[in-house]
Design a protein around this ligand. Sequence first.
Ligand SMILES: NC(=O)C1=CN([C@@H]2O[C@H](COP(=O)(O)OP(=O)(O)OC[C@H]3O[C@@H](n4cnc5c(N)ncnc54)[C@H](OP(=O)(O)O)[C@@H]3O)[C@@H](O)[C@H]2O)C=CC1
Ligand SMILES: CC(C)CCC[C@@H](C)[C@H]1CC[C@H]2C3=CC=C4C[C@@H](O)CC[C@]4(C)[C@H]3CC[C@]12C
Ligand SMILES: [Fe+2]
Length: 730
Amino acid sequence: MDACSGGTGEQELFNPPPEGKIKEALLKLSTEAKELYLNSQVPILDAVPSPLEFYREWVAANKPVILRGVTQHWPALTKWTPDYLRARLGEKDVSVAERQMKFGKFLDIMENPDSQPGIFYVQKQNSNFTEEFSEIMSDAAPEIPWFSEALGKSPDAVNFWMGDERAVTSMHKDHYENIYCVISGYKDFILLPPTDAPWVPYRAYKPATYRETAPGTFTIEPSPGEEVPWICIDPVAPDIVSYPQYMHASPVQCRVRAGEALFLPSLWYHHVRQSHGCVAVNFWYDMEYDVSSLSFPLTPSLLTPGVTCHRREENITRVFSMGPYDILRYYVGPPLIILGATAGVQLLAWLGTDDTSYPCQVMGNASAWVTVGAVLLWAFASLWVPGKEFYGPRTSFGYTPKYKANGMQFFLVSIVTYLVLVLVFPHLPIHLYRNFSNIIVTCNLLALLLCVFLLVKGKMWPDSAEVMEPKPLLYEFYRGMELHPRILGVDVKQLTNCRFGLLAWELLVVNFFLAGWEKHGFSLAHLVSTALQTVYLAKFYWWETGYFNTLDIILDRAGYYICWGCLAFVPSLYTFTSYYLVANPPVMNTFESIATFLLGILAISLNYRVDWEKEHFKATNGRCKLWGKPATYIETIRETGEGIQHSKLLTAGFWGVARHLNYTFELLLALSWCLPGLGRGILPFTYFIFLTILLVHRVFRDEEKCAAKYGFFWDTYCSRVPYRMLPGAF
Ligand SMILES: NC(=O)C1=CN([C@@H]2O[C@H](COP(=O)(O)OP(=O)(O)OC[C@H]3O[C@@H](n4cnc5c(N)ncnc54)[C@H](OP(=O)(O)O)[C@@H]3O)[C@@H](O)[C@H]2O)C=CC1
Ligand SMILES: CC(C)CCC[C@@H](C)[C@H]1CC[C@H]2C3=CC=C4C[C@@H](O)CC[C@]4(C)[C@H]3CC[C@]12C
Ligand SMILES: [Fe+2]
């Protein structure tokens, strides 16, 4: 099998993005194409049109369409079971990705994918269906008669495809009119019209060949020949930071199921994934060279004289050589973090107490399962009941996530219910405190189970095609596969972050305060810490809908980082100061406690004020006053899949002093609720230390996102407001 190696991103782009007047003209071209003739989704036709009609409406117009009824009479749809294929073709030698094997052996691997590592794909594009699989050809057809009639010719190649879900065909285009018929399973396509050519980045790669050195292990060996241009963006998770021009592209996605056929017009870029064991047959008809197809290469060749549309790109899975950073990111980081954090939360539960009356059990205990189960069910119910809904920002795939907007009621009712339970069962606080390590074991186990489920769901039954491109398994587990998965209609991230994690945080800190009171008597300093966290969390629920615009929701997928983080890490680390103070009561006097409370309230108010200024500014579209003066801003303009977007970057109020003062005040407020532990060593400040690292890292992540989104305008904002968190220093 062919491959291309290199391409770590250091070398120049093969087709640098257009600039100036050329860019304007090309933007106009792709916008007009979208407005005048392209569809935002791939239409489905239930009946096959006449050849003339089809030619006029779809081939000449160069528009993709899904057809039902093209292949429904094919016996293949019911006959092509593994047993049937084994009986007919079992002894045949076939080329499976980069190795030769008996077709029967290939079917064994399809039925038992874990038996062999590697990627298995029958995908020779040399008309293998008519040339190599003649035994089963009569179950399908050597051509699509009405399509041949529409084009006035027979197909140049008919290909048989059967493969593994891990085999992904990277983005490329072909100079064929293509009818892609799915026989079993489904195929997921991401399509880009030819008018998006200027926004599709290419790099030059050295040709190379895969060689299997042991089952499932391949080396990439350089082969002679010139470097080939290759699309270097992954449309499933586009790296907009490296290739901002891709923002102007308008991907359309569609799923083609068994019994359906996709008409994929010539020169459309396509990226293809499939369900496990998916079988398909496609028909390639050489494209006509007419005025529109001949004018197409003008665009890329204006930008890069070397690229022409008629150069054939291989339909193969691209492999990059991995640099040390990739190895760290994909192979070293995830296991280290997963092991460290999973064990770390248990360590914290052990370190923070001197009470060993409830030993920690590997599977937790019944009481812990009841406690955690009840809170989880309650959290789930709050999102499941009918109620006011809120729509989050649309994804680049055009999906608009839906949330429940009842956060404040949920918060208040939960606290009241907990306090009533304490009145009925006065020993509840000390019981929960003593059982805390088992509670964390339960949270840990449940969270890990959920993350495994999310990984499997993301691979097998994703809610949309917007899932992460296959990556090393532990990396997928850690980062998550889906952006907005739902379980029984409930959004998983709203459940784990907003409802379970933050409610557990609130109930636990109140509980620890009451447990400390019972153990050592009333402590004003402990009350101060609890009250500050309660005010902070009440503020969160007040603003819950604003949270759906943050990185956690729009960028982070539902995996270990976010879901395990909120189910196990938040209840453990975020509550740690309060927990620690039960065994190590504060030594702060009344005056210091009141001063700490005032500092905390000031920091929470300032943090809220910074967030509010931005929201108020956005809500009024810049027509507001901040600090007594009309707000100043930078007007930005950018092209998205939905057309030209205008927006504003605020340069007044706190957003004119530094770019992330909300994080600065966040650190101050976190410090204030850790301060009651002063004089008790470093441990009460664990949360503050963690948050400092998290927020500094987050500043860089957020700014990377903004630089990609706003480009030049973000640079202007940075030069006007040069500091991030601490004016004059950072
Ligand atoms: N306790 C904890 O663990 C954490 C708490 N937090 C808190 O959560 C809250 C939200 O934080 P977070 O979402 O991370 O960050 P921000 O609220 O700062 O939001 C950043 C986004 O705001 C927009 N933006 C940035 N600058 C401007 C500007 N000048 N004018 C207009 N829009 C601008 C950009 O998004 P766009 O333009 O795309 O809308 C940017 O991506 C904060 O109070 C933070 O302190 C955050 C992280 C962790
Ligand atoms: C895997 C772990 C080592 C790291 C897990 C980190 C996550 C649990 C946290 C990352 C970002 C955090 C949050 C962001 C913003 C928030 C708004 C604020 O007002 C309340 C807290 C929070 C929801 C917070 C919660 C934990 C994170 C998701
Ligand atoms: Fe193709």
